[in-house]
Design a protein around this ligand. Sequence first.
Ligand SMILES: [Zn+2]
Length: 310
Amino acid sequence: MTTVTQLSHKLWHISLPFQGEHGVLGCYVFAGSDQLVLIDPGPQTTAAALIEGLEELGFQAKDVTHILATHIHLDHAGGAGTLLQQMPHATVLTHSKGAPHLVDPAKLLTSATRIYGDRMNELWGTVEPVPEDQVQAIDHGDVLTLADRRLEVHYAPGHASHHVIFFDVHSGEMFTGDAAGVRLPGINYNRPPTPPPDLDLEIWTHTITMMKQLHPDVLYLAHFGPSKEPVAHLDQLRERLYSWGELVLQAMREGKDEAQITEYLIASTQPELERLTDDPTMVRRYDLAINYPMTVQGYMRYWRKQGKAS
Ligand SMILES: [Zn+2]
């Protein structure tokens, strides 16, 4: 089962059932002028559900002309290679630093295996390479005219060094991938997604400021859906990005190891999340979007790189 929602004129959101849960991971779809565009198509494990969602909207997989990836992490674009087998006319567009890793995912897989270990297949399935002639590298300042929309490409590092956001100046709609954090529907709680190896607090702060200065009306998050108060949303992200970072740094200085720091972070922060919701699936769904061990690994690597850990 998929859940398809119309967001605005010829723009839809398809919830992808990730590990059996909806409201964790989604793909945006827009259409116009014989073009059909996907933003963040998701992993291989939800590829069939995505195609079902397109069919619910009256489209076929082969109608897809463009796949935009905010970044190439497996939950956002790991399924691109598999999807292309049914989308022969589609081109995948992503930042120039990410594009080579779609064509040759070996390094990406090594780095993901370090995080997910033996859960790789269960979570992400098979990561098929994207044929080189179906990849187009994009960069900051590019303007994409697709399906009657004009999308500005803005470089948005901090979560990943190859992250971009797509901004529709006319409608004020901003597709933020993970750059605006993780906030699931029905709760005002923005969890910072801070995986290794690229996490950078200072750089991410610049990205947050950049997003605010564009004055978006709505943020479309990968995890999950629209956020209609962009300034408050982004302020909360910056605040929690640093407060969690401080918790990890302090624990590192006390000599705690990774497992102890993870426990400490959960104990320090999860009660707040539990207080804000009556939904028993909320904690699990946040963990599916960005889990605590990965969060801690990202911060620890960052603080070590900064030379602040001891
Ligand atoms: Zn993500």
